[in-house]
Design a binder for this molecule. Structure first.
Ligand SMILES: [Fe+2]
Ligand SMILES: [Fe+2]
Length: 270
Protein backbone atom coordinates (compact mmCIF):
# COMPACT_ATOMS: atom_id res chain seq x y z
CA UNK A 1 0.00 0.00 0.00
CA UNK A 2 1.54 3.36 -0.98
CA UNK A 3 2.20 5.74 1.86
CA UNK A 4 0.08 8.85 1.97
CA UNK A 5 1.31 12.43 2.10
CA UNK A 6 1.80 13.86 5.56
CA UNK A 7 -0.02 16.91 6.85
CA UNK A 8 0.92 19.31 9.61
CA UNK A 9 -1.67 17.98 12.06
CA UNK A 10 -0.60 14.35 11.86
CA UNK A 11 -0.70 12.18 14.94
CA UNK A 12 2.58 10.55 15.76
CA UNK A 13 2.94 6.89 16.61
CA UNK A 14 6.10 5.73 18.37
CA UNK A 15 7.00 2.11 17.80
CA UNK A 16 9.88 0.37 19.56
CA UNK A 17 11.38 -2.82 18.15
CA UNK A 18 13.54 -4.85 20.56
CA UNK A 19 16.25 -7.17 19.20
CA UNK A 20 16.17 -10.92 20.01
CA UNK A 21 15.71 -11.30 23.79
CA UNK A 22 18.19 -13.92 25.00
CA UNK A 23 18.34 -15.63 28.40
CA UNK A 24 17.63 -14.52 31.92
CA UNK A 25 20.00 -11.58 31.53
CA UNK A 26 18.07 -10.34 28.49
CA UNK A 27 14.74 -10.72 30.25
CA UNK A 28 16.02 -8.85 33.29
CA UNK A 29 17.17 -6.02 31.01
CA UNK A 30 13.67 -5.78 29.55
CA UNK A 31 12.17 -5.70 33.04
CA UNK A 32 14.49 -2.96 34.26
CA UNK A 33 14.84 -0.79 31.17
CA UNK A 34 11.64 -1.05 29.14
CA UNK A 35 9.26 0.79 31.51
CA UNK A 36 11.68 3.75 31.66
CA UNK A 37 12.19 3.90 27.88
CA UNK A 38 8.47 3.58 27.30
CA UNK A 39 7.83 6.66 29.40
CA UNK A 40 10.81 8.67 28.20
CA UNK A 41 10.01 8.29 24.49
CA UNK A 42 6.19 8.13 24.78
CA UNK A 43 6.15 4.74 23.11
CA UNK A 44 2.79 3.56 21.85
CA UNK A 45 3.57 0.02 20.76
CA UNK A 46 6.39 -2.43 21.47
CA UNK A 47 7.42 -5.40 19.35
CA UNK A 48 10.23 -7.79 20.31
CA UNK A 49 11.82 -10.66 18.49
CA UNK A 50 10.99 -13.56 20.80
CA UNK A 51 12.58 -16.57 19.11
CA UNK A 52 14.67 -17.19 22.27
CA UNK A 53 11.93 -16.79 24.85
CA UNK A 54 12.64 -20.15 26.40
CA UNK A 55 15.90 -21.22 28.01
CA UNK A 56 17.87 -20.70 24.81
CA UNK A 57 15.88 -21.21 21.64
CA UNK A 58 12.20 -21.51 20.91
CA UNK A 59 9.32 -19.84 22.68
CA UNK A 60 7.94 -20.62 26.13
CA UNK A 61 4.42 -19.31 26.64
CA UNK A 62 4.93 -18.52 30.35
CA UNK A 63 8.02 -16.43 29.65
CA UNK A 64 6.24 -14.70 26.80
CA UNK A 65 3.36 -13.77 29.12
CA UNK A 66 5.85 -12.40 31.64
CA UNK A 67 7.40 -10.22 28.93
CA UNK A 68 3.95 -8.85 28.13
CA UNK A 69 3.62 -7.64 31.72
CA UNK A 70 6.76 -5.52 31.19
CA UNK A 71 5.14 -3.74 28.24
CA UNK A 72 5.78 -5.81 25.11
CA UNK A 73 2.68 -5.89 22.90
CA UNK A 74 3.69 -8.23 20.10
CA UNK A 75 6.35 -10.80 19.22
CA UNK A 76 7.98 -11.76 15.97
CA UNK A 77 10.22 -14.82 15.75
CA UNK A 78 12.64 -16.52 13.36
CA UNK A 79 14.45 -19.73 12.52
CA UNK A 80 14.36 -20.98 16.14
CA UNK A 81 10.65 -20.59 16.70
CA UNK A 82 9.84 -24.32 16.78
CA UNK A 83 12.73 -25.48 18.98
CA UNK A 84 10.32 -25.66 21.89
CA UNK A 85 7.75 -27.99 20.35
CA UNK A 86 4.98 -27.20 22.82
CA UNK A 87 4.70 -23.71 21.35
CA UNK A 88 3.05 -25.16 18.22
CA UNK A 89 -0.08 -25.68 20.33
CA UNK A 90 0.10 -22.18 21.78
CA UNK A 91 0.62 -20.17 18.58
CA UNK A 92 -2.75 -21.22 17.17
CA UNK A 93 -4.58 -19.67 20.13
CA UNK A 94 -6.28 -16.40 19.31
CA UNK A 95 -4.85 -14.36 22.17
CA UNK A 96 -1.20 -15.13 21.44
CA UNK A 97 0.30 -12.02 19.81
CA UNK A 98 3.05 -13.89 17.99
CA UNK A 99 3.89 -14.44 14.35
CA UNK A 100 6.43 -16.79 12.79
CA UNK A 101 8.21 -16.42 9.42
CA UNK A 102 5.67 -16.36 6.59
CA UNK A 103 7.89 -18.11 4.08
CA UNK A 104 8.56 -21.49 5.71
CA UNK A 105 8.14 -24.15 3.02
CA UNK A 106 6.70 -26.69 5.47
CA UNK A 107 3.16 -26.28 6.69
CA UNK A 108 3.33 -24.89 10.21
CA UNK A 109 0.70 -23.56 12.59
CA UNK A 110 0.30 -19.88 13.30
CA UNK A 111 0.51 -16.83 11.08
CA UNK A 112 3.32 -15.21 9.13
CA UNK A 113 1.63 -11.83 9.36
CA UNK A 114 -1.10 -10.21 11.44
CA UNK A 115 -2.81 -6.85 11.55
CA UNK A 116 -3.19 -4.91 14.80
CA UNK A 117 -5.07 -1.71 15.65
CA UNK A 118 -2.99 1.35 16.52
CA UNK A 119 -3.84 4.98 17.14
CA UNK A 120 -2.91 5.83 13.53
CA UNK A 121 -4.68 2.93 11.89
CA UNK A 122 -4.25 -0.76 11.19
CA UNK A 123 -0.65 -1.96 11.21
CA UNK A 124 0.23 -5.07 9.23
CA UNK A 125 3.20 -6.86 10.84
CA UNK A 126 5.06 -9.33 8.59
CA UNK A 127 7.77 -11.80 9.62
CA UNK A 128 10.12 -13.20 6.95
CA UNK A 129 13.14 -15.45 7.06
CA UNK A 130 16.12 -14.87 4.78
CA UNK A 131 17.30 -17.55 2.38
CA UNK A 132 21.07 -17.02 2.52
CA UNK A 133 22.98 -18.87 5.23
CA UNK A 134 19.78 -20.14 6.87
CA UNK A 135 19.28 -23.90 7.27
CA UNK A 136 15.48 -23.91 7.34
CA UNK A 137 13.70 -24.45 4.03
CA UNK A 138 12.05 -21.21 3.01
CA UNK A 139 10.50 -19.81 -0.13
CA UNK A 140 11.81 -16.63 -1.73
CA UNK A 141 11.18 -13.87 0.83
CA UNK A 142 11.26 -11.14 -1.84
CA UNK A 143 8.36 -12.74 -3.71
CA UNK A 144 6.53 -13.81 -0.58
CA UNK A 145 6.38 -10.31 0.87
CA UNK A 146 4.93 -8.92 -2.37
CA UNK A 147 2.25 -11.59 -2.40
CA UNK A 148 1.33 -10.73 1.20
CA UNK A 149 1.18 -6.99 0.52
CA UNK A 150 -0.89 -7.54 -2.63
CA UNK A 151 -3.32 -9.91 -0.93
CA UNK A 152 -3.94 -7.80 2.19
CA UNK A 153 -6.23 -4.82 1.67
CA UNK A 154 -7.33 -3.97 5.17
CA UNK A 155 -4.32 -2.16 6.60
CA UNK A 156 -3.00 1.39 6.72
CA UNK A 157 0.72 0.74 7.03
CA UNK A 158 3.02 -2.25 7.26
CA UNK A 159 6.23 -3.17 9.04
CA UNK A 160 8.52 -6.15 8.43
CA UNK A 161 10.86 -8.17 10.65
CA UNK A 162 13.32 -9.61 8.14
CA UNK A 163 15.16 -12.30 10.10
CA UNK A 164 18.19 -12.96 7.95
CA UNK A 165 21.90 -13.69 8.11
CA UNK A 166 23.33 -11.68 5.26
CA UNK A 167 23.56 -7.93 5.25
CA UNK A 168 23.35 -7.88 1.44
CA UNK A 169 20.05 -9.76 1.49
CA UNK A 170 18.69 -7.38 4.14
CA UNK A 171 19.85 -4.20 2.40
CA UNK A 172 18.37 -5.47 -0.88
CA UNK A 173 15.07 -6.13 0.90
CA UNK A 174 15.13 -2.53 2.09
CA UNK A 175 15.23 -1.19 -1.47
CA UNK A 176 12.79 -3.87 -2.66
CA UNK A 177 10.14 -2.59 -0.21
CA UNK A 178 11.09 1.08 -0.11
CA UNK A 179 7.86 3.08 -0.35
CA UNK A 180 5.67 0.03 0.19
CA UNK A 181 6.13 -0.51 3.92
CA UNK A 182 6.77 1.89 6.79
CA UNK A 183 9.74 0.01 8.22
CA UNK A 184 11.99 -3.02 7.87
CA UNK A 185 13.74 -4.22 11.01
CA UNK A 186 16.52 -6.73 10.36
CA UNK A 187 17.05 -9.35 13.06
CA UNK A 188 18.86 -12.69 13.58
CA UNK A 189 22.57 -11.82 13.76
CA UNK A 190 22.28 -10.45 17.33
CA UNK A 191 24.86 -7.82 16.35
CA UNK A 192 23.46 -4.27 16.14
CA UNK A 193 24.23 -2.32 13.01
CA UNK A 194 24.78 1.43 12.63
CA UNK A 195 22.83 1.90 9.39
CA UNK A 196 19.45 3.08 10.68
CA UNK A 197 18.06 5.34 7.96
CA UNK A 198 15.06 6.42 5.98
CA UNK A 199 15.35 5.16 2.40
CA UNK A 200 14.67 7.45 -0.62
CA UNK A 201 10.97 6.54 -0.89
CA UNK A 202 10.29 6.86 2.83
CA UNK A 203 10.79 3.41 4.37
CA UNK A 204 12.71 3.21 7.66
CA UNK A 205 15.40 0.57 7.55
CA UNK A 206 18.04 -1.09 9.71
CA UNK A 207 20.08 -4.18 8.85
CA UNK A 208 20.01 -5.56 12.38
CA UNK A 209 18.43 -4.35 15.60
CA UNK A 210 20.82 -6.52 17.62
CA UNK A 211 20.17 -8.48 20.81
CA UNK A 212 18.88 -7.92 24.30
CA UNK A 213 20.93 -10.36 26.31
CA UNK A 214 24.30 -11.12 27.88
CA UNK A 215 26.87 -8.54 26.75
CA UNK A 216 29.98 -10.70 27.17
CA UNK A 217 28.93 -13.67 25.10
CA UNK A 218 29.05 -14.83 21.49
CA UNK A 219 25.55 -13.89 20.30
CA UNK A 220 24.20 -14.89 23.73
CA UNK A 221 26.09 -18.18 24.11
CA UNK A 222 28.96 -18.67 26.61
CA UNK A 223 32.00 -17.32 24.83
CA UNK A 224 34.44 -20.13 25.74
CA UNK A 225 32.22 -22.75 24.11
CA UNK A 226 32.13 -20.87 20.83
CA UNK A 227 35.81 -19.90 20.83
CA UNK A 228 36.71 -23.56 21.41
CA UNK A 229 34.40 -24.56 18.59
CA UNK A 230 36.18 -22.24 16.15
CA UNK A 231 39.64 -23.09 17.48
CA UNK A 232 39.45 -26.88 17.70
CA UNK A 233 36.09 -27.88 16.28
CA UNK A 234 34.92 -28.88 19.77
CA UNK A 235 33.36 -26.94 22.61
CA UNK A 236 30.29 -28.87 23.65
CA UNK A 237 26.67 -28.02 23.89
CA UNK A 238 25.64 -24.38 23.53
CA UNK A 239 24.78 -22.75 26.84
CA UNK A 240 23.36 -19.29 27.25
CA UNK A 241 25.62 -16.96 29.22
CA UNK A 242 24.02 -16.41 32.61
CA UNK A 243 26.74 -14.29 34.25
CA UNK A 244 27.82 -10.71 33.85
CA UNK A 245 26.24 -7.61 32.46
CA UNK A 246 23.52 -7.33 29.86
CA UNK A 247 22.83 -5.17 26.84
CA UNK A 248 19.51 -3.83 25.57
CA UNK A 249 19.35 -3.18 21.81
CA UNK A 250 16.31 -1.60 20.23
CA UNK A 251 15.21 0.73 17.45
CA UNK A 252 12.55 3.41 17.69
CA UNK A 253 10.56 4.70 14.75
CA UNK A 254 8.05 7.54 14.66
CA UNK A 255 5.26 7.10 12.13
CA UNK A 256 2.76 9.79 11.21
CA UNK A 257 -0.89 9.23 10.54
CA UNK A 258 -0.88 7.91 6.97
CA UNK A 259 2.19 5.74 7.37
CA UNK A 260 5.01 8.20 6.77
CA UNK A 261 8.04 7.57 8.92
CA UNK A 262 9.60 10.74 10.22
CA UNK A 263 12.30 9.28 12.45
CA UNK A 264 14.35 6.16 13.08
CA UNK A 265 16.91 5.91 15.85
CA UNK A 266 18.71 3.28 17.85
CA UNK A 267 18.06 3.06 21.59
CA UNK A 268 20.78 0.95 23.17
CA UNK A 269 21.34 0.59 26.90
CA UNK A 270 23.87 -1.29 28.98
FE1 LIG B 1 18.11 -15.00 17.52
FE1 LIG C 1 17.55 -16.40 14.43
Amino acid sequence: MPMKKSNTQSKEFNLLFIGDIVGEIGREKVKKILPKIKKEYSIDFIIANGEHLSDRVGVDIEIMREMETFGIDFFTTGNHVWRNDSFKKEIVKKNVPVIRPANFVSKYPGHGFLTVETKIGRMLIINLLGKEGIKEKVSNPFKKVLSILDSQKDFDFAIVDFHAEMTSEKVAMGYHLDGRVAAIFGTHTHVPTADAKILPNGTAFISDVGMTGPANSVLGVKKDIIVERFLNGTGGKFEVEDQGVGVFNSVLITVEDGGNVVKIKRIDKT
